[in-house]
Design a binder for this molecule. Structure first.
Ligand SMILES: [Zn+2]
Length: 239
């Protein structure tokens, strides 16, 4: 009983209908969903599930990596919700759109840090308020990060479009610039979802992105932290 991940096919889908596969206490498993679950690097979507006039607030969304079931944890009990019910789902779009903009900005910054400073990204997290990225860089040089963010803003303002498509895993791994991910390989899937920012970046990636880099608007560097040997962390946000 897996959940069809509608968010992989359309990042701009914020309203959808779905059938309940199962109710477990205050968790609802749907046959399909536009709610992006919490992953290692992106915060989950929030919003509402509705059955007629009843509105249920979604507090957390998680995916079971083995079964591919996506569970929507509700703020309150799933009273009156039953297997087979058809619900309407609505994302908190303001939150999701910030995640899309910040996530796409993270790709650009990582690509520029790699091409200009040979710095590999070793981790990251995108939350609605801000994002953080870790780089393998020998010294904390504020000027490097300031210059990278400035260049990222210049590139983003050119209005580069993003392409999202699926490729057989073998084919994808042959063409990807996967070196940017210092430790993480894409998960074991037959097909990989490819996110391509024309001429700038290409990644195997399941996260939500904007269609064009001009939607990012302006990226602001918040702070830089020294996280130990060769590990530099930057925090940034978008307006
Ligand atoms: Zn991404």
């Amino acid at each position: 009983m897996s959940t069809k991940p509608l968010y992989l096919y359309d990042s701009y889908l914020w309203e959808f209908e779905a059938k309940i596969l199962q109710v477990r206490e205050n968790q609802v498993i749907l046959d399909q969903t536009a709610f992006h679950p919490l992953t290692g690097s992106v915060a989950s979507d929030l919003g509402y599930l509705m059955k007629g006039n009843m509105k249920y607030e979604v507090a957390e969304v998680e995916i079971n990596k083995e079964t591919k079931e996506i569970a929507h944890t509700l703020e309150a009990a799933a009273a009156d919700l039953n297997q087979g019910d058809v619900l309407k789902g609505m994302l908190n779009w303001e939150r999701r759109y910030r995640l899309m903009r910040l996530h796409t900005a993270a790709h650009l910054i990582a690509a520029i840090m790699y091409s200009d400073y040979n710095a590999l990204i070793t981790g990251g997290q995108v939350d609605p308020a801000h994002a953080k990225l870790d780089f393998n860089l020998p010294k904390t040089d504020r000027e490097i990060f300031e210059a990278a963010v400035e260049k990222t803003n210049e590139e983003a303002s050119k209005g580069v479009s993003l392409k999202i498509y699926f490729l057989a895993r073998e084919e994808a791994l042959k063409m990807l610039g996967i070196v940017k991910l210092a430790e993480k390989m894409p998960p074991q899937e037959k097909e990989l979802r490819i996110v391509e920012i024309a001429g700038i970046d290409i990644q195997a990636d399941g996260g939500p992105h904007v269609k064009n880099t001009n939607e990012i608007d302006e990226i602001c560097l918040l702070k830089i932290e020294n996280k130990g040997k060769n590990q530099r962390r930057i925090y940034f946000t978008v307006k």
